[in-house]
Design a protein around this ligand. Structure first.
Ligand SMILES: [Zn+2]
Ligand SMILES: [Zn+2]
Length: 266
């Protein structure tokens, strides 16, 4: 069975419905034999109530001080990013329309600065996912496909998150082909296969399409508690059955994942 050395999507206490610290997640990654952990907390309206533009940055300063973390932590390469909600049918990401007028310490920011600009600046990469679906209820396949294509076009987006369990019907072939052409990644998410039974068939179809079209994937636990870090049993069993080519798994090694980030122009 395929060996995977990176967990590319995990959450800490900052996400509010997750339960472990970054130190606990790093220790869990090390214990699981991983050598790269990406911490990607939610960047989403589900976290905090809306604030006026001179205050809003205070709720998101967790992302802005990421450089405090060692890049190499107990033998684990630690990357920092976020999982940003897709919020409109153009593929706009959370915070793209939220103005911020002041920095954390109250200094004025250039006019036109958005919350997404500030947060993405300090991220190694962004995962774009659909959570709240109200904006895309009733969307046609074409509109939902356009939404994912728009998110992929964002220069900080490396990965489309759990497209198999978002409950949005889209043209899988078109989105996977566009991800391949942009050298970006489709996520295969353990949580989607282990806990969300009705998304299984879609996840398989997406993985098979990635194989057929030659699109790279990233494998993730989407852990919301440290004991889940590095758990990919269901994804690996699926890839085994599909006969998924190892060279398309960007997260198979630290080197291949860092190369994928570079390859996507990030
Ligand atoms: Zn979550
Ligand atoms: Zn998610």
């Amino acid at each position: 069975m395929l060996k995977v050395a990176c967990d590319t999507h995990t959450h800490t206490l900052y996400s509010r419905h997750a339960y472990s610290t970054i130190a606990e997640n790093v220790a869990a990654a090390r214990a699981a034999g991983l050598d790269l952990l990406a911490s990607t907390d939610h960047f989403s309206a589900m976290l905090w109530p809306p604030q006026p533009s001179n205050q809003v940055i205070k709720d998101y300063q967790f992302f802005l001080n990421y450089h405090a973390w060692p890049a190499e932590w107990d033998g684990v390469r630690v990357l920092h990013g976020c999982e940003a909600d897709i919020v409109d049918l153009d593929g706009g990401l959370y915070g793209h329309d939220v103005p911020v007028s002041h920095s954390m310490n109250g200094n004025p920011l250039p006019p036109g600065t958005t919350l997404a600009d500030r947060v993405f600046q300090s991220c190694d990469y962004v995962i774009a996912s659909v959570h709240g679906k109200r904006f895309c209820e009733g969307a046609s396949i074409e509109e939902a496909t356009g939404m994912y294509l728009g998110a992929l076009a964002n220069p900080k987006v490396l990965v489309l998150g759990h497209t198999g369990r978002s409950g949005v019907s889209f043209d899988i072939e078109a989105v996977v082909g566009a991800a391949r052409d942009a050298h970006k990644l489709i996520e295969l998410n353990e949580h989607s296969l282990s806990d969300v039974a009705d998304s299984r068939a879609t996840c398989w179809l997406i993985a098979e399409t990635c194989k057929r079209l030659g699109c790279q994937v990233s494998i993730s636990s989407d852990a919301h508690v440290c004991v889940d870090v590095g758990r990919f049993d269901c994804v690996l069993a699926m890839l085994d059955e599909i006969g998924f080519p190892e060279e398309l798994v960007a997260s198979r090694s630290r080197e291949s994942f860092l190369a994928a980030i570079e390859g996507a122009g990030l």
